[in-house]
Design a protein around this ligand. Structure first.
Ligand SMILES: C[S@@+](CC[C@H](N)C(=O)[O-])C[C@H]1O[C@@H](n2cnc3c(N)ncnc32)[C@H](O)[C@@H]1O
Length: 302
């Protein structure tokens, strides 16, 4: 596939870039480790040459907290998946997996069956960049689905999803790119698929305040909050993946509860700053907090 006509992976690359930057930190200071991220990022050699500190400094100049927000989101899910797979969850479905390599970079039990769902073009590029020998690849299946017009159920079932097994689903950094109808039908399909077994659903969503009152999504004293919010929106639209859907906490809770899920945790970078960054001496100050995205963990009631 020619890189020049490929237009669907800019944001997936953007997140992989932040994981690459974090991986360059000293092992005792880093929050996540992704040894595969560099394979997907254009200009990875230059990023590696600059190193962790300089890249993070630059990110702080452009949009303070942006790097930490994405890294804390990844770490939150890493912890969730590790904890649940260690306590016996049998399947893991990564919805909108992009260039995430959780299936290979975490030491997950070999009994865990993993399904990576994304658009076919993104998966094709991902597969062409990954090494042939990868840990856990025999337990992992790629499932091509476009949430806006394809049935997740049909594709997952064809790929061997087992409705009798307990499952974790994660939808990381995707809800802002798809319509509210597509999100709600995806959650509905997930609920129907998991009626016979317990399941956990993780979703990240962008607060509707970001659209209406951006200042409310940043820590006190955050410099030029409104300008930064516009910059983020402009950046996504410019690469052809505009943010189109924003949610309130109640709205997300309602969509989840209508489908049998109850919210157990709803956090932002503010909460994860003290959980992950403070212990390694990298706590952000109030005026660097970017809280536009919420990270929600919900459990099924069955
Ligand atoms: C910002 S990236 C996040 C990727 C990954 N979850 C991560 O955090 O690294 C958004 C992902 O959603 C996927 N995506 C966007 N719209 C989609 C759709 N309609 N159907 C399936 N996947 C979609 C993109 O291909 C991309 O991989």
């Amino acid at each position: 596939m020619s890189e020049s006509i490929f237009r669907k992976d800019a944001t997936a690359q953007g997140v992989a870039k932040q994981r690459l930057i974090e991986t360059l930190a000293k092992p005792e200071e880093r929050i996540i480790n992704d040894p595969y991220a560099d394979r997907f990022v254009l200009g990875a050699s230059f990023i590696k040459f600059m190193g962790h500190r300089l890249n993070v400094w630059l990110a702080q100049k452009l949009v303070p907290g942006f790097h930490e927000h994405l890294i804390s989101r990844t770490r939150f899910i890493d912890d969730l998946v590790k904890k649940n797979s260690a306590s016996g969850v049998e399947q893991y479905v990564i919805l909108g997996a992009g260039y995430d390599s959780r299936a290979h970079r975490l030491e997950l039990p070999s009994s865990l069956r993993i399904f990576e769902v994304d658009q076919p073009e993104v998966q094709a590029r991902k597969r062409s960049k990954l090494p042939e020998e990868l840990s856990n690849s025999e337990n992992m299946t790629y499932v091509a689905v476009d949430f806006t017009h394809q049935s997740l159920t049909e594709q997952l079932m064809n790929a061997g999803f087992d409705q009798n097994k307990s499952t974790v689903f994660t939808l990381e950094g995707v809800s802002q790119y798809i319509t509210k109808e597509a999100l709600s039908s995806t959650i509905k399909e997930v609920a129907a698929l998991t009626q016979r077994a317990s399941s956990i659903f993780f979703i990240s969503y962008v607060s509707d305040l970001f659209d209406k009152n951006p200042e409310a999504c940043f820590g006190k004293g955050y410099p030029n909050a409104e300008k930064r919010a516009k910059l983020i929106m402009y950046g996504s639209a410019k690469v052809g993946e505009p943010w189109i859907s924003f949610y309130g906490a109640e709205e997300i809770e309602n969509v989840l509860s209508q489908n049998g899920y109850s919210v157990k945790e709803n956090v932002t970078l503010k909460d994860l700053n003290s959980r992950y960054f403070a212990p390694v001496g990298r706590a952000l100050s109030e005026n660097q907090l970017l809280q536009l995205e919420h990270f929600v963990m919900a459990e099924s009631q069955n």
